[in-house]
Design a protein around this ligand. Structure first.
Ligand SMILES: [Zn+2]
Length: 415
């Protein structure tokens, strides 16, 4: 477990608030004895990222790790222009060269076009998050730790930081056309950079899966690896939700057909619906791909009470169940915090995931908790969706089954 305390100062003006992050860290510190006893944290304690993180040749090399583009050539995950642009924007706030707004003692700008904010600390925060994730991914793959969870902000999974990659995939309709801007509260795509870096290691894995269970489509990783058959990208998200991408028929580019899977689940879905989608489509696909490691874009905004960001109604126990199930399959896991905007939700979800990672509860225990939770919320309503709603959900999923199945069976891999 690593956290980036420096990241506390990022983006105070957006829904990506500091409070949710602070609450997680506060909760973890309150329960530190419990977590330490479980031996969960590196060195037996919560590891916090350094206060400052600046660009260096080493970090630039990580962020500019290579992936395959539509033209069949290798291009960097983050372009140099993108990294320079982030530096200029954050420094302009620091030097008060551009007009900014003050909130909570922090000067920031917020751009509604790209749905992203900057403070003078954004560059350092994003760099600290990317570095922490990269370190965890290397350590877990090498077997130093069985799993890791990186708590950092700003999040990463919407960022496509290279114009060529953006245009190669299915461009988000709301994305600015030059593709050299942050997007959706995200500045650096830490997951994409760390995965590309891991694949470049001499003794690295030949295949990696990126699973995104944030309520919003993981467009950043889909676009980045659209033509890279070494990486399987899977996103389960709310249908018709922001950023209006993530259709089920998007299976990957011509260099990597079948490497991408999208599961847009109807709004107002509950644990049983997302559990069904995972068991029916996602888990079998991961097992077939058989990656060397699974990286999870861990957003907690599919939980009940996350409006206006999402209308899905998962409980915290779904996240524990999902992670416990993946761990039971034997894959090394690394999670990176993404969305989730109600602090109580994020704390509850993160804690269930940590329990799953340390093996405190079995898959069956999480299922029992989901059942109890829904009984409490819905009175006498059973865990299984209400009959009429269940039918609508099933019909909606069936309509997509052919596309999803096509994805699974069309999978072509570079061995
Ligand atoms: Zn989200």
């Amino acid at each position: 477990m690593t956290t980036g305390s420096n990241a506390l100062l990022a983006d105070p003006g957006s829904g990506e608030t500091n409070r949710r992050y602070r609450e997680i860290v506060r909760s973890l510190h309150c329960n530190i004895a419990q977590w330490e006893k479980a031996g969960l944290f590196m060195g037996g304690s919560l590891v916090e990222a350094e206060e400052t993180c600046y660009r260096s040749d080493e970090l630039d090399a990580l962020l500019m790790a290579q992936v395959l583009s539509a033209s069949g050539r290798h291009v960097p995950v983050h372009s140099a222009k993108y990294l320079d642009n982030m530096r200029q924007r954050t420094r302009a706030i620091e030097d008060q060269e551009i007009e900014s707004t003050e909130s909570d003692g922090v000067n920031y700008i917020y751009d509604t076009t790209t749905s992203a904010g900057w403070t003078a600390h954004t560059e350092q925060s994003a760099l600290a998050g990317a570095r922490a994730l990269n370190r965890c991914l290397l350590d877990v793959y090498e077997g130093v730790y069985r799993s890791a969870f990186v708590l950092s902000k700003p999040p990463s999974h919407h960022a496509v930081c290279n114009r060529e990659l953006l245009l190669a995939g299915r461009a988000c309709p709301t994305m600015e056309p030059d593709g050299e801007n942050p997007f959706g509260f995200c500045h650096l795509n830490s997951i994409a950079a760390a995965v590309a870096n891991l694949l470049a290691q001499d003794d690295g894995p030949s295949k990696v899966t990126i699973l995104d269970f944030d309520v919003h489509h993981g467009n950043g990783n889909e676009d980045t690896f659209w033509n890279d058959p070494r990486v399987q990208t899977i996103s389960i998200h709310e249908d018709q939700g922001w950023p209006n991408s993530g259709d089920e028929w998007n299976h990957g580019g011509e260099w990597a057909p079948g490497s991408n899977m999208n599961l847009p689940v109807p709004p107002h879905a509950r644990d049983a619906d997302w559990k069904h989608a995972m068991e029916e489509y996602v888990f079998p696909a991961i097992q077939r791909f058989h990656p060397g490691i699974v990286v999870i874009a861990a957003g907690f905004d599919a939980m009940r009470g996350e409006r206006p960001y999402g209308n899905t109604k998962l409980t915290q126990y779904w996240y524990g169940w999902c992670v416990a199930s993946l761990q039971e399959m034997g894959f090394p896991l690394v999670l990176n915090l993404e969305g989730g905007y109600t602090p109580a939700n994020v704390v509850a979800g993160v804690e269930q995931v940590l329990m799953a990672l340390k093996g405190a509860k079995q898959v069956s225990d999480f299922i029992a908790d989901m059942q109890k939770s829904h009984s409490a919320v819905c009175g006498a309503a059973p865990f299984a969706p209400h009959a009429a709603r269940s039918r609508r959900m099933a019909e909606a999923m069936e309509a997509r089954a052919a596309a999803i199945e096509g994805n699974i069976f069309a999978l072509h891999l570079c061995q």
